[in-house]
Ligand binder design. Structure first.
Ligand code: MTE
Ligand code: MO
Length: 204
């Protein structure tokens, strides 16, 4: 069943097979996936903020303008959704998570895990050390353009090394935690580690 599907839709460029994790097919489209509705903002300065809290010396809230004033970085990466599509060579721009840490009060040494909090209660949990990779962004541009509302405007997480559900759209809060807690899909049976190369799709 899946093999037939794969044969029909696989658009893996010749010679690029080793970039595609097991059980994935390549798409040139950019599928839209989320639980619930796409948020639309009218006055972004008044209706959006990013709250940083938890295991940090002092909580901090960024307005849209404050966040956009932070130094930017560009990441080119492949993305892999647990529903089996992968997209090669996507380009994102935003603030690297590592850089972001320089612009918030010091996080406590007890901070080991992060919860991404999004509009409508969506959450995704990620170990702090995973977020310290160079390719992790708080992203607001895709292929040089502002994110589309469906893809997370005005801000999403980008964690290319994990299945794409960890790349939380419509980000509103970053919580530093001492202990791991399960996020939205993780509570519904997805694998907490979510490494596409190890096919960590579902919890055992
Ligand atoms: N806030 C929020 N972020 C989310 C989701 C969601 O339901 N809500 N779905 C995740 C899943 S399962 C995937 S595959 C990607 C899809 O991102 P895209 O719609 O930009 O392709 O967003 C992730 N981020
Ligand atoms: Mo997904």
């Amino acid at each position: 069943m899946f093999d037939a599907f794969r044969k029909r839709f696989d658009r893996t460029p010749p010679g690029q097979e080793e970039r595609v994790p097991p059980g994935q097919y390549v798409t040139e489209k950019f599928p839209v996936l989320q639980y619930g509705d796409v948020p639309h903002y009218t006055d972004i300065e008044k209706t959006w903020s990013l709250r940083v809290f938890g295991e940090i010396e002092e909580p901090k809230i960024f307005s849209f303008a404050e966040f956009r004033a932070l130094p930017t970085a560009t990441v080119r990466c492949d993305i892999h959704c647990v529903t089996r599509w992968s997209k090669l060579d996507t380009t994102w721009e935003g603030v690297s998570f590592r850089e972001f840490l320089k612009h918030i009060p010091p996080i406590k040494t007890s901070a080991k895990f992060v919860m991404a909090h999004c509009e409508a209660g969506y959450t995704a949990n990620i170990p702090l050390d995973v977020l310290l990779d160079d390719d992790v962004l708080l992203a607001y541009k895709y292929e040089g353009e502002e994110l589309d509302p469906e893809h997370g405007y005005p801000l999403r997480l980008l964690v290319p090394k994990k299945y794409f559900w960890k790349s939380a759209k419509w980000l509103r809060g970053i919580e530093f935690m001492t202990q791991d807690k399960l996020g939205f899909w993780e509570r519904y049976g997805y694998n907490n580690h979510a490494d596409p190369w190890l096919e960590e799709r579902y919890a055992d």
